[in-house]
Design a protein around this ligand. Structure first.
Ligand code: C2E
Ligand code: CA
Ligand code: CA
Ligand code: CA
Length: 277
């Protein structure tokens, strides 16, 4: 569209230029927001079906911009990955997650916290050292910090990602494959990665109760995971019927709106107390 006529093409270049500038400005606003406190985490409970308890939460970033209002993660994270600004978000997020975990521990709440990593993070050889220092500073055991990585992030540079992940695993952190089923899902790399959990992508789970194909895929993924000695989490559990099916399939952990939406820390604490989790 507009590429054949010179005028159209010029318009195309100018507008992408503008969009680019706007996004760069978004990134400098993000860097400011990370310092000012406009960025926070909401925590979504992960219900362990074996224990009948919430023993972990996933930290999901929430940016409430004073000028733009709420900016959804999907509107700035992909761009932050391209500009390299994700590094700042990850550093902020790890510190926030570990300090929150320490705070909960001091209240007698033993909750593991899962943080999402991106491709760039897996290329960062300094990451394991930075995490080790954080855990020491806040006196938090490594077993309470979980990291979620996607298949495509690992595939980007498998050798390097493996090196970083092996160091993290040796430190005692638990690693999860996120959005499982949407990427390459190669069996050989599942075997080679030092992960202890797969998270079945919500696109397979959200309509589980109605969709037979999803039922087949989810059931066989749970079986595959278990045969490899991995725990299996289903994300995007939105209704009771799907939750019951997942329990029947032997799924280990449920995450989704049916359990709870992601909540700010105080609301999460109230939720756990209220439900007896
Ligand atoms: P994700 O890691 O796959 O996180 C799960 C997403 O599904 C979250 O969206 C969550 O709010 C949403 N969700 C949870 N339960 C349900 C459900 O039952 N139904 C539906 N439809 N959705 C559900 P959110 O918070 O908008 O985050 C989007 C993505 O942004 C995340 O996907 C993750 O890839 C990325 N992200 C979020 N926080 C961070 C972060 O701190 N660092 C990095 N690198 N990425 C992050
Ligand atoms: Ca995730
Ligand atoms: Ca996911
Ligand atoms: Ca995702």
């Amino acid at each position: 569209q507009g590429r054949t006529a010179t005028k159209g093409y010029a318009w195309f270049v100018a507008s992408t230029g503008d969009a680019y500038k706007q996004r760069l400005s978004l990134m400098s606003e993000l860097r400011e927001a990370l310092k000012s406190g406009d960025v926070s985490f909401s925590y979504q409970p992960k219900l362990d079906l074996g224990l009948g308890k919430v023993n972990a939460v996933e930290a999901l970033v929430r940016w409430n911009s004073s000028t733009r209002g709420f900016v959804p993660p999907d509107d700035f994270i992909p761009f932050a990955e391209r500009t390299g600004d994700i590094k700042h978000l990850t550093e902020w997020g790890l510190r926030k997650a570990v300090s929150q975990c320490a705070q909960w521990r001091s209240k007698g709440l033993h909750l593991a916290v899962a943080v999402n990593l991106s491709t760039n993070d897996l290329m960062n050889m300094n990451l394991p050292g930075q995490i080790l220092a954080l855990l020491r500073d806040f006196n938090v055991p490594a077993s309470l910090l979980k990291l979620e990585v996607t298949e495509s992030a690992v595939m980007h540079d498998m050798a390097r990602a493996l090196e970083v992940l092996n160091m993290l695993s040796a430190m005692g952190l638990t690693l999860s494959i996120d959005d499982y089923g949407t990427g390459y899902s190669s069996l050989s790399y599942l075997k080679r990665l030092p992960v202890s959990e797969i998270k079945i992508d919500k696109s397979f789970v959200m309509k589980l109760a109605e969709n037979e194909e999803d039922q087949i895929l989810v059931r066989s993924t749970i079986e595959l995971g278990h045969n490899l000695g991995l725990k299996v989490t289903a994300e995007g559990v939105e209704d009771e019927k799907s939750a019951k099916m997942l329990k029947e399939y032997g799924c280990d952990t449920l995450q989704g709106y049916f359990i709870s939406r992601p909540l700010p820390a105080p609301d999460l604490e109230a939720f756990l107390a209220d439900k007896g989790y």
